[in-house]
Design a protein around this ligand. Structure first.
Ligand SMILES: [Zn+2]
Length: 289
């Protein structure tokens, strides 16, 4: 599943290669890829045809294109294995090609998705807190890479919760775009166990944690994104960058880069958490449910 830096890499690729182009025609090759667009295939192709791609935008892991003159959003769900490929039309059709849009720039915009958990859907844009977002994204908080992300306000929201700090980091209504990998890496950097309670952490400590999340995501972005999914391919069809520099996530039994203690793996919210037993001691009492 792509995390925020991977989605941002895709967004930048789309911004560079298709913004400004108009959609000449659309072929929907698999109905499952447009199941989120409830009015159906004919409606989607009808609404897209003739529209100009005005911008490629993102919040958290949500990605969308703003279309003109209709000013609706084409929301792109990457799902587990979705790819947005910008290619010359003469290139052979991919085995898992689900949607193909012909652009007036002479290129194809292709949505390829092996498992077809992803897809395209149109959504109206709504204004939330001074920004235009698709209505399906209106409940999502700004992410740590958003230029208008308010660190101080987010620290307050986190402190006001009575929950485990990792749960708060993963809560998309508190701060968006932090998945399991970046949560574990940020917690390791700030030396906090994910089960510690938010209201037992100081403001400066939470600030340090959110800043660590920002840093680790920015670093991943400069490396082209982190992905453990071999199916993930960026906008030009190159393989996603496999980050070898993770300190905690996926590092069970390997030495902590800070102190040498073996990284442990624990269950959390039906997934795995990775942390250093020495740098990130578990809270004494098990937290309230
Ligand atoms: Zn350590």
């Amino acid at each position: 599943m792509p995390e925020l830096p991977e989605v941002e890499v895709v967004r930048r690729g789309l911004e560079r290669h298709i913004v400004g182009a108009s959609i000449d025609s659309v072929d929907i090759l698999h109905p499952r890829a447009i199941r989120r667009h409830l009015p159906g295939a004919a409606d989607l192709t009808g609404q897209l045809t003739g529209e100009r791609i005005a911008s490629a935008d993102r919040r958290g892991k949500y990605l969308w294109l703003v279309l003109e003159p209709s000013t609706v959003a084409l929301v792109v769900h990457l799902g587990m294995s979705g790819q947005m490929l910008v290619q010359p039309p003469e290139l052979p059709t991919e085995k898992h090609l689900r949607i193909r849009a012909r652009l007036d720039s002479g290129l194809d915009l292709r949505f390829v998705d092996q498992r077809t958990f992803g897809g395209w859907a149109l959504a109206p844009l709504v204004e939330v807190d001074g920004s235009l977002v698709p209505d399906s994204v209106a409940h999502i908080a700004r992410d740590p890479l958003d230029p208008r992300f308010d660190l101080a306000a987010t620290v307050k929201v986190v402190r006001g919760k009575h929950t485990e700090i990792k749960r708060a980091l993963l809560d998309q209504t508190v701060v968006s775009g932090i998945g399991n990998i970046y949560a574990d890496e940020a917690l390791w950097r700030a030396q906090i166990h994910g089960n510690r309670l938010t209201d037992r952490l100081s403001g400066p400590k939470i600030r340090e944690l959110l800043t660590a999340a920002q840093d680790v995501m920015r670093e991943a972005l400069t490396q082209g994104g982190t992905s453990f999914d071999a199916l993930y391919v960026n906008v030009n069809g190159e393989s996603g960058y496999f980050d070898r520099s993770l300190s905690a996530y996926g590092q069970e039994d390997r030495p902590c880069p800070r102190c040498g203690t073996a990284i442990r793996r624990e269950k959390f919210m039906n997934r795995s958490s990775f942390s250093c037993p020495k740098c990130q001691p578990a809270p004494r009492r098990s937290p309230a449910k």
